[in-house]
Structure formats: C-alpha cells, structure tokens
Design a protein around this ligand. Sequence first.
Ligand SMILES: Nc1nc2c(ncn2[C@@H]2O[C@H](COP(=O)(O)OP(=O)(O)OP(=O)(O)O)[C@@H](O)[C@H]2O)c(=O)[nH]1
Ligand SMILES: [Mg+2]
Length: 328
Amino acid sequence: MGLLSFLKDKFSKKKNTNVDSYSEGMSKSRQNFSNRLNDLSKKYKKVNQEYFEELEEILIESDVGVNLTLKVIDELLQESREKKINNADELNELLIDHLFSGYMAKGESINDIRFVDNGPTVLLVVGVNGVGKTTTIAKLAHRYLNQGKSILLVAADTFRAGASEQLKIWGDRLNIEVVTGPYNSDPSSVAFDGLSKAKKENIDLVIVDVSGRLHNKQYLMDELSKLKRVINKCIPGAPHETFLIIDATTGQNGVVQAKAFAEVTDLTGVVITKMDGTSKGGIILAIREELGVPVRFIGLGEKMTDLKEFDLESYIYGLCIGDKNGED
Ligand SMILES: Nc1nc2c(ncn2[C@@H]2O[C@H](COP(=O)(O)OP(=O)(O)OP(=O)(O)O)[C@@H](O)[C@H]2O)c(=O)[nH]1
Ligand SMILES: [Mg+2]
C-alpha cells in the first residue's frame, strides 16, 4: 500500500484533532499542490516528458525548492523506468512516498523541547523581523505552562522599538514574568539578568526572544556568539535549544534566511509559522532538505492554541488529502 492510501485509511476514519488542524490550516497549500497533481494525472494518464516538466513546475511553485525538486524528479524518472511505471496516478503516489522518505532520511524527527534534568532549560528563539517570534514564544509558553512547567521570558530583542512591550503583553496574559532591558541596550546583559533570576527561582524553562538582524552576517554572528557565551557562563551547557522561526509566506526567501542563520549558529530546530496563510506549503520540505534540522512545530493561526507539533504524516495528509467533507 502506498503512503497516500495508508494515510487516507489512518486519518479519514477516526477523529484526530491534530490532523484536523493540519487539514484546515493547510487548505490553501492543498489546493495549490494536490488539486494540481490530480489535474496532472487526469491530463496525462500515461507519463511522458511533458508530464515530468509540469510536475517539476508544480513542485517549484509549491516552494519545495529547486534542489529537492530536481532530486525527486530524478529519483522518479529512474524508478519509473526500472519498475516500468507509466501510470500518472501511480507516479503521483510514488512522488509522495519519495517526499516522505526524503524528509525522514535527512535526520532525526523530534518535537518537544529537550528539558535538562537539573536547572533551567534555555531556549533561544531567533529569526528576522516579523516572522512570528514573539507569538511563537507565547504559544510555546502556553504549551509548557499547561504541562506544569515554570517559565520565564527574556526580551533580548532590544533593538526594535516596542519588541519588549509586545512580549510583556503576552507575559501578562499568560501570567508569566518577562525580563526586559532598556531600548538599544546589550541583549547579552538582558539575557544575563534573566538567567540569573531563573537560576535563583528554579525556573524550568527560559525562553529568550532574540532579534535577528540579517543585513550584516558578521554582526549577527558576533552578536549571537556573544549572547551564547554569556548564557553559557551563567548556565553551563546552555542554551540547550536554538529554534529558528521561519515565516512560510516568505517562500524561498525563508530558505535563504534559514541557510544564513544555520551558518552562524547551531540550530536545533525550526518552527514554521503562518502555514495557514500560504499556498506554498512545500517550504517545510525545502528547509529540511537544505538544513537537515528537524521542524519542531508549525504555526497554523494566530491563536495561542494554533501551534502544533510538526508531524510528517499529518502534514502530508494536509497537503495531499485533507478533510473529505471540507472545501475540496
Ligand atoms: N496567520 C498566522 N499569523 C501568525 C502566525 N504566527 C504569527 N502570526 C502573526 O504574525 C505577526 C508577527 O508576529 P510577531 O510574533 O510579532 O513576529 P516577530 O518575529 O516577533 O516580529 P518582530 O518582533 O517585529 O521582529 C503577528 O500579527 C502575528 O499574529 C501563524 O502561525 N499564523
Ligand atoms: Mg517580536
């Protein structure tokens, strides 16, 4: 049984809130990807060179990325020749199998923050302006509060006017303390204050909101390495996690950002936000292909509960199948 049939069987029958969220949040991507794939198999029935050319176009336009697209098309060409598959429906199924196994082969898949046994666990959250860092931090804080963890937020994004205030608003809503510093002050000193407080108060999880000014790579590198040095001095072994936030609606620009951050810092995870707002949901596959870093969570809306663990099966289901009773 191909993956698509397996997922249809697995998810269509029983209620599953996680997959329902994917199904709903990814409806735009599904229309762009799955509907076009279906049209393609209707048009060609038997595959030929034009089929592969159009398939390539669909993949590129879904933001799967040029590298992964070319790789997968090569694999499909080879396998279709070897196994003498020329039915377009079968080939579409094969494509999904390859996208799935390609993601899996790139490294580990993990979601939850890895908590250390002793002392505060420190999570750095980086990303360029406007991608959804602060909102994602609030969503993560909400998630771990519900799991009974004590949390402290640190507003180390001191360069953008109003950034700390925004984090404070979320902190107030969630009833979590937020450590801030003056506008334009050194992010490392704010982080130091925050971590000292977290140590003293035996906090479980410290989330540090870091500004990501990409216009100067050397500057970003210096800033992040200084921040990490200070954090590590305060809590040896920290930061334990560094998540990069990528806005799905920025398309391949998001992949460029991801590569730039990966060059200057050790990322342990990626969170893709605004998946609900894009028709190009393939960006998750592109980022994984280029970075190998696991996608830990995805944002499917603006509400606190709209952050979901990234699950490859639910994602493929959302991208290709969706709710039978839904819009498609
Ligand atoms: N639809 C949707 N909107 C989101 C999601 N995540 C964040 N947003 C919205 O994106 C906008 C920017 O989010 P912020 O959290 O302020 O982004 P930021 O990276 O902290 O921005 P700066 O502090 O300006 O660098 C806000 O309007 C959020 O509500 C998501 O998953 N889906
Ligand atoms: Mg912010």
